[in-house]
Write a protein that binds this ligand. Structure first.
Ligand SMILES: Cc1cc2nc3c(=O)[nH]c(=O)nc-3n(C[C@H](O)[C@H](O)[C@H](O)COP(=O)(O)O)c2cc1C
Length: 189
């Protein structure tokens, strides 16, 4: 199963990148997780939405070809980082590559609230008319990694907290079943 992954942080030692690397490694027998580059995407420009730059076209093609998408993001000022929103905005116009796409969201923070505000906001964005992703319903599936400094090993650059990993295993199993239930055709605006 091909999974495109977006990481909302550009920071080298990002906890969220480490969470994405954990997904890539831990579920490698079940998921082919590709972490897409959002750093290189230019700012969204509506004048270019129907003929976007090559780097944007390649990015959108990778989303279109994936069976599902996992978004791993920090919370910035109670919302998602602008760099992630920019990537989603490109995907919402022209070829709308998220329409009907199965999506799982998660996030990590050193704070107490586990990125819950950003995740709620992200769910709203993913429900907008231009995106219309099929997001795994929240009940029991919210991966909110709080107190991240206690849950990642900086040398391995991986999530190592056993209770969180066990919870993640269950959510990933549910997401795999969710992806299998959905097939997607790209939609043009
Ligand atoms: C601009 C900015 C705003 C932030 N706002 C929040 C916030 O609203 N909630 C939160 O839990 N942490 C917030 N933080 C702290 C981040 O959770 C922390 O920097 C985290 O390590 C970022 O994720 P990363 O490790 O993947 O880069 C903020 C950090 C920055 C740089």
């Amino acid at each position: 199963m091909k999974i495109a992954t977006l990481v909302g942080s550009l920071r080298q030692n990002s906890y969220n990148l480490q969470l994405a690397l954990t997904l890539q490694e831990r579920y490698k027998d079940k998921l082919d997780v590709e972490i897409l580059d959002i750093r290189s995407l230019p700012h969204f420009d509506q004048d270019k939405e129907l003929d976007p730059p090559d780097v944007v076209q390649r990015f959108k093609a990778a989303i279109a070809e994936a069976d599902g998408v996992i978004i791993v993001t920090p919370e910035y000022n109670w919302s998602v980082p602008g760099v992630l929103k920019n990537a989603l905005d490109w995907c919402s116009r022209g070829e709308r590559v998220f329409v009907g796409k199965p999506v799982l969201t998660m996030g990590a923070t050193p704070g107490m609230l586990g990125t819950v505000r950003a995740q709620l906001h992200l769910r709203e964005i993913l429900s907008s008319p231009g995106i219309q992703a099929k997001v795994l319903p929240p009940g029991g599936n919210e991966v909110l990694v709080n107190m991240a400094m206690n849950k990642f090993d900086p040398e391995q650059r991986r999530l190592v907290d056993e209770a969180t990993l066990t919870f993640l295993d269950g959510v990933v199993e549910k997401f795999i079943a969710f992806v299998q239930e959905h097939t997607v055709q790209p939609v043009r605006a």
